[in-house]
Design a protein around this ligand. Sequence first.
Ligand code: ZN
Length: 660
Amino acid sequence: MRSLWIDEEAARCHTELALRVYTSRLLGREPALVLHGGGNTSVKIVEQNLFAEEERILYIKGSGWDLRSIEEAGFAPVRLQPMLRLARLESLSDPAMVNALCTHMTRASAPTPSVETILHAVLPYTYVDHTHADAVVTLTNTPDGQERVRELYGDRAVIIPYTMPGFDLARLVAERFPAQSSQHTIGMVLMNHGVFSFGDSAQESYERMIELVTLAEDYLAAKDAWELAVEPAAIAQQALRMEMVALRYDVSQVIGAPVIVAADQHPRAMAFIQRPDLQEISQRGPATPDHIIRTKRLPQLGRDVSSYAQAYRRYFERHRDDSPTRLTMLDAAPRVVLDEALGLCTVGRSAQDAAVVRDIYRHTMDIIERATRLNGYQALPEKALFQVEYWDLEQAKLRKNANPPVFTGEVALVTGAASGIGRACFESLAARGAAVAGLDIDPMIESMWEDAEAAGMLGIRCDITQDRQIQDALERTVRAFGGVDILVLNAGIFPMSCRIAELTEQAWRDVMSVNLDANVNLMREAHPLLRLAPRGGRVIIIGSKNVLAPGPGAAAYSASKAALNQLGRVAAMEWAGDNIRVNAIHPNAVFDTGIWTKKVLASRAAQYGLSVEAYQRRNLLGVKVTSKDVAELAAEMCGPVFSRTTGAQVPVDGGDERII
Ligand code: ZN
């Protein structure tokens, strides 16, 4: 592992806290050190209080902050002296500890200090860095891990046997560290958990972390346990979406809410899953205890969710009485599913959550394989892991999103999503928590949302008149998110005005093929997916005022939209039994779309002898109708307010005499 320290960058940090932020971010940039909120760092600084007295303040990572993006505000300033006294107590309950940490802060608005605050306090060094480095964790998760670590580090690192994080660990370290450390000590290894480094300066502490980790990597390399070959694993080429959708349905049932299931078919993952000893090596536990709240203790092998859930309930029953307090069982569903065909499937309430689980498990697979090359992967005993999984301070990390948005865990697919109403629908659904796939013939769709797939936004270039491309788009969507719950049929073309007498067969067919035929195909292909939507499927047809009040010169467009509308009404009847709602909305005079350039708008307004402003408000209510207005209605119609409505047609046009 190489140091990312750059003198010029560091020179821009003028305080110790600024340097603490700098090297914390360097640690956070390396996923083989820490992942998604893991690890923590601190610095002890002498400051003057309001009484002009000098006090030592421990700046420690606040809970909820990620090392990769932490700022000065993410460090909680805690008075050091009371922390050292706390470490000498015989015992301290979690609520009392958290209360003590918070009441000894010098800034009331600071985040809650890390649960490892007392541990950082007792280590007698200015800078303290803590990570769950893959290489070190690999060594400690082997049957003779302790000897290996001792052999590797000698007196450079103090070794602490596994103890539950929090007060007990801090107390143990306070007790053992002074006796076991020497002037050679640069770090500390917590068995089955991670590694600490310390120093007088930010650079020293950070570079010692890199040094300790590099030593572990070199050790593994020397034992031929570092390079992991990417075996050319067989990766299924056939469509897998029905299998994915069924898996997601089952997981959602156990959790009691819709979830995102993301499939990862990276060759490394496939090579791991296809190992003949998978059953044996994968069923031992996570690499470091705090991963358990993301990955659960064990991955599910294959697709039998109900057996997994039964086993999880038995595990809960085995350990529930270990706790002094009455525990409520968490949901019994897996977070990681390893399947020979589907690959590494990860489960989350949102696409972001599923991506976090994927990242953690990718590292877990490497750790397991490397430890297996040494002399076997050995995780903590079930009981110790249960204790962390049901530790209130761990669960609190997941409770931050207690009121998720309405479509959390659901998946929407919007056609014609690169601009206008389609793009607005994409955004309205995403704003309500859905993972959204946006289809468009415009290649721009692929790059519209940067780094977006992990954030639940997927742009797919797709000509919906091509059946093959529809199939591929559905396949990609389902592999990314696990299903399709909401389908918004928006893509359409609006040709130049043309009377029937002049209408060519080709012009007629072009309109029909996009506005009608493509939608029939998409509805047919999406139906089996919508049928397995955990909360029931929803289809929104973006119709047109022309369906109810046609005008001359738009025969093909009006006929195609009317036919699509009728198709939706039939679907509402045919699919009600599958718990799929189909509704249409009829926008009119939405001028913030691609076809309405300033020039077109001005010339049209002139035709009516109106100003552009007056022309845009030419409806009963005298309001402008924007793409966003249409999109918000579309999104609401997919939500609980319209849960008893199917086969409806709702205009969104500011009121039109011909329609009323
Ligand atoms: Zn840790």
